[in-house]
Design a binder for this molecule. Structure first.
Ligand code: BGC
Length: 716
C-alpha cells in the first residue's frame, strides 16, 4: 500500500470532498483578509486547496493549520494566477509571444515560479494557451496569439519553466510550481468576442487549431488543466465528456489534475444542463473534473449524488488520488513549508529580474511602422511627450499583475528622461484614457510647439484587456482620437506608442504617424524598454503573434485561412472581399520592423522529394543590408495545394532567428519531418497525401514577401 492508498483508506467522505474543494483565501495589499470560515473549514478538513493567496507568513499560517491541526495532516495546495510574473511583472503573454523566443518564455516562467514559490505558492493557473483570433475578446492579452504552432511551443516552454525543468527534483523543487494549462478549450472562439459566450466551432477547427497547444502541454508533463467557462456546441467544457474524459484523459493519457474554472460547476445550472448542484457536481466529476474551484458544488452536491447513484465512490476516490498525487509530486507532504521559506514583501525587486523584464520588454515591442524617424537622434533638443499613457505608472503592469506593485513600474516619461539626458522632454497628458473631457488638448498642443518630435502615447487602460474586458469597438478609447487629430494638425513628426492588450483599430491614426510602436503592457520595465527601442539602444526584434486588423469589421482575420473558390480579385466583383475596405489586414502576422534591413534569398531543401518517415533540412539565406547589427525572424510555412480536404494557404511550421552585423550574411536552418506535411484525416489521425507541396519563407505572413519552393511527397 502506498502512502496515498493509506490516506485514502483513512478518509471520511467529507475529508475526500475537502481535497476536491478549492476556496479563495482573499487577499489585500496590507495582508490576507480571511473569511472567518476558511480557517475553520481547513481545520475540519473541508478545504484542500486555496487560491488568491501569497506571502510566506499568510500561507504558512494556513498550512500550519492543515498540517498540524487536521485529523490527517494533508497539506494545502496554494494556487495563484501567475500569468506574466509574480512580484516582478513581465510583459503580458501576447507581448511575450511577440519575442518568438521559447528560451525567454521559459526563463520568465521559471523566474516567476521562483518568486511565487518563495511567497508560498505551489500552483499557477498558467499558461493560458487559448488561440485567439478576435481582438474584441479581452483575453487575447493573456494568450500567445492566433497560431496553434506558436501556442504549442509557448505551452511547452512555459510548462518547463514553471515546473522546474533543469532544477533538481523538478516539480518537487521548492522553486517550482505546478502549471495549469487553460482554458480547455476553444475559449478564444467566444461568440462575437464576448467573454464567457457560447462557442460553436467545427470539429476540424477544434483539432487543427484549438487542441494542439493542449496536446503539447500534456506531452510537456503539465500538472493540471482547467476546462474553460464556455460550452462547445451546447456542452459546457466543465462537463464535456468527449473532450475531457475521452480526448484528454483516454487519448492523450493525461493523468494530472483537472481543476474547474472559478465557480464553473455551479454555473452549469445557468448553462441549462443541470437542474441543481447534485446534477452539476455529478456531471463534472463524471467528466473528470477533480477540483471544484469556488462553487462548493462538490461538497454540497456529491453526497446526494452518491445517494442517488449518480456517481460512485470509486470516481470520487480517483479524483482525490489525483489531487494527493499532485501534492506528493510537489513535495508538499515531505516539506509543506519549503515554498514560502522567505518573504520578499516590500523588498526591492532583484536586479536580475528587472534586467530580464527589460530584455523581454524591448524584445516584445513591435515597430509597426517607421517612416525614417526612428531611432530618435540623441541630439534632439526638445521632445514633446503627449498622451494619457505617457506617465501612467499603474497601467504599465497590465491586466494580470499578480503580486506586482505599481510603485515598481517605470513609465515611458521616466524611461525617456533617463535615456536622453541631453534632451528636454515636455509632457502633457492631453486627455484621460477614457472620458470625454477635451479641455487638456490646448495645453498638449502648446507643449508641442517647440518640439522637434512628438511621442504620442495612446491606448487602453490595463483593465480594458483581460478577463471580462471584451470591447465591441477596440479602438482608441475616450477622447484620444480627438487628441491625436489635434496633434497631427500641428504637422510635426509624430511617433505613436500604442499601449494595449490586443491589436487596436487605429488605421487612420497610424496612417498619419511617422512611426508606430505596439508597446502592449510591458510590466515593471516598460519605460526603459520603450526608450531602448525609441533611441536605438536596442534594435527592435518584436514580431506580431497576431494579425492586426484594419477595422473590427474584418474580424476574425488571421493568416491561416483557406482560399475559397472565389479568392479576392480586384476587378471581379463576385470574389471574396468587401465593398468598403480591403481584405488585407493593417499588419500581417509576423510583421515587425528592425532598424536593419534584411534580405532573404535562396530558399532550398536538401531533397525535392520525400516520403513518410523522412527528415528534411530547409535553408534560407539572409543578409543584413542595414547600417547596424540586428536580428531577423524568419517564418517557415507549408501549403498543400491539392488535398482531399482544402488546406489553409499557409500553415506555420517553424520560426528561425538570425543575428547579423551590418553587411553580414548567414543561413537560417529549419528541420522538418515528413509528419509536418500531414493533415488530419476524417478520423483525426495525421495523413500524408502524396503530391505537390509548397514551402514558403518570409519575415511575415504577407504573401507579397514570401519566397517559395516546390516539394513532392511520394507514395510510400
Ligand atoms: C479565470 C481563470 C482564473 C481563475 C482564478 C477565472 O475567472 O477565468 O483564468 O485562473 O479565475 O483566478
Amino acid at each position: 500500500m502506498t502512502s496515498i492508498d493509506k490516506l485514502l483508506a483513512a478518509m471520511t467522505l467529507e475529508e475526500k470532498l475537502g481535497q476536491l474543494t478549492m476556496a479563495a483565501a482573499g487577499h489585500a495589499v496590507t495582508g490576507p483578509v480571511l473569511a472567518a470560515g476558511v480557517k475553520k473549514n481547513i481545520r475540519a478538513g473541508r478545504i484542500g486547496s486555496l487560491l488568491n493567496l501569497w506571502g510566506a507568513p499568510a500561507v504558512n499560517a494556513l498550512q500550519k493549520i492543515a498540517v498540524e491541526k487536521t485529523r490527517l495532516g494533508v497539506p494545502l495546495l496554494v494556487a495563484n494566477d501567475v500569468l506574466h510574473g509574480h512580484r516582478t511583472v513581465f510583459p503580458i503573454p501576447l507581448a511575450e509571444a511577440a519575442t518568438f523566443d521559447p528560451a525567454l518564455w521559459q526563463r520568465s516562467a521559471s523566474e516567476a515560479a521562483a518568486e511565487a514559490a518563495a511567497d508560498g505558492v505551489a500552483m499557477t493557473f498558467a499558461p493560458m494557451i487559448d488561440i485567439a483570433r478576435d481582438p474584441r475578446w479581452g483575453r487575447i492579452a493573456e494568450s500567445p496569439g492566433e497560431d496553434p504552432w506558436v501556442g504549442a511551443r509557448f505551452a511547452e516552454a512555459k510548462i518547463r519553466g514553471f515546473q522546474g525543468a533543469g532544477l533538481s527534483g523538478g516539480l518537487a523543487n521548492t522553486q517550482a510550481v505546478a502549471a495549469t494549462a487553460k482554458h480547455f478549450c476553444a475559449y478564444g472562439a467566444a461568440l462575437a468576442g464576448r467573454d464567457y459566450a457560447s462557442v460553436d466551432v467545427s470539429e476540424r477547427l477544434l483539432h487543427e487549431v484549438y487542441l494542439p497547444p493542449f496536446t503539447a502541454a500534456v506531452a510537456a508533463g503539465c500538472a493540471a488543466i482547467m476546462p474553460a467557462f464556455n460550452d462547445v456546441a451546447g456542452i459546457p467544457m466543465t462537463v464535456h465528456v468527449p473532450l475531457l474524459r475521452d480526448w484528454l484523459r483516454r487519448d492523450r493519457g493525461f493523468e494530472g489534475v483537472i481543476v474547474s474554472d472559478y465557480n464553473a460547476i455551479a454555473e452549469l445550472l445557468r448553462h441549462g444542463v443541470a437542474a441543481d448542484l447534485v446534477e452539476a457536481s455529478a456531471a463534472a466529476l463524471a467528466a473528470g473534473v477533480d477540483i471544484d474551484m469556488m462553487s462548493g458544488a462538490y461538497a454540497q452536491g456529491l453526497p446526494a449524488a452518491l445517494a442517488r447513484g449518480l456517481v460512485s465512490v470509486n470516481l470520487i476516490d480517483a479524483a482525490v488520488r489525483r489531487v494527493l498525487t499532485l501534492k506528493e509530486r510537489l513535495g508538499l507532504f515531505n516539506n509543506p513549508f519549503g515554498r514560502g521559506s522567505t518573504t520578499s514583501a516590500g523588498a526591492p525587486l532583484p536586479q536580475v529580474r528587472r534586467a530580464l523584464a527589460r530584455e523581454l520588454g524591448r524584445r516584445a515591442i513591435v515597430v509597426l511602422k517607421n517612416d525614417y524617424i526612428l531611432p530618435l537622434s540623441p541630439s534632439l533638443r526638445r521632445i514633446a511627450l503627449i498622451g494619457p499613457l505617457a506617465d501612467a505608472r499603474a497601467e504599465m503592469l497590465g491586466p494580470w499583475a499578480s503580486a506586482g506593485s505599481t510603485g515598481d513600474a517605470v513609465t515611458i516619461r521616466e524611461g525617456l528622461a533617463a535615456a536622453l539626458p541631453g534632451s528636454q522632454i515636455d509632457y502633457a497628458p492631453g486627455v484621460e484614457i477614457t472620458g470625454t473631457d477635451v479641455s487638456g488638448i490646448v495645453a498638449a498642443r502648446e507643449c508641442c510647439r517647440r518640439a522637434e518630435v512628438i511621442v504620442l502615447c495612446l491606448g487602453e487602460a490595463a483593465h480594458m484587456s483581460g478577463e471580462a474586458a471584451s470591447r465591441a469597438n477596440p479602438g482608441l478609447p475616450g477622447a484620444q482620437a480627438a487628441l491625436a487629430d489635434a496633434i497631427f494638425d500641428l504637422a510635426k513628426p509624430v511617433v505613436l506608442v500604442l499601449f494595449s492588450g490586443r491589436p487596436l483599430m487605429v488605421a487612420t491614426v497610424a496612417e498619419k504617424a511617422r512611426a508606430v510602436l505596439a508597446a502592449w503592457f510591458l510590466g515593471v520595465e516598460a519605460g526603459h524598454a520603450i526608450a531602448d527601442v525609441l533611441t536605438g539602444k536596442f534594435n527592435p526584434t518584436g514580431r506580431l503573434p497576431v494579425t492586426w486588423p484594419r477595422d473590427v469589421g474584418q474580424v476574425p482575420v488571421y493568416f491561416s485561412v483557406r482560399q475559397s473558390g472565389r479568392p479576392a480579385a480586384p476587378n471581379d466583383r463576385y470574389t471574396s472581399k468587401y465593398l468598403d475596405m480591403p481584405v488585407e489586414p493593417l499588419y500581417y502576422f509576423g510583421h515587425g520592423l528592425s532598424y536593419s534591413r534584411f534580405v532573404l534569398s535562396n530558399l532550398r531543401a536538401d531533397k525535392s522529394e520525400f516520403r513518410s518517415g523522412n527528415q528534411l533540412t530547409i535553408e534560407v539565406d539572409a543578409v543584413n543590408e542595414g547600417p547596424s547589427f540586428g536580428e531577423e525572424t524568419v517564418f517557415l510555412f507549408v501549403r498543400d495545394p491539392v488535398a482531399s480536404v482544402a488546406r489553409p494557404l499557409l500553415e506555420l511550421k517553424g520560426v528561425g532567428k538570425i543575428a547579423l552585423r551590418a553587411g553580414e550574411g548567414g543561413t537560417v536552418r529549419f528541420d522538418l519531418a515528413a509528419d509536418d506535411f500531414c493533415f488530419l484525416g476524417n478520423d483525426w489521425k495525421p495523413i500524408l497525401e502524396p503530391g505537390e507541396f509548397l514551402l514558403f519563407a518570409g519575415t511575415s505572413a504577407n504573401p507579397r514577401d514570401l519566397l517559395s519552393l516546390k516539394l513532392c511527397a511520394l507514395p510510400n
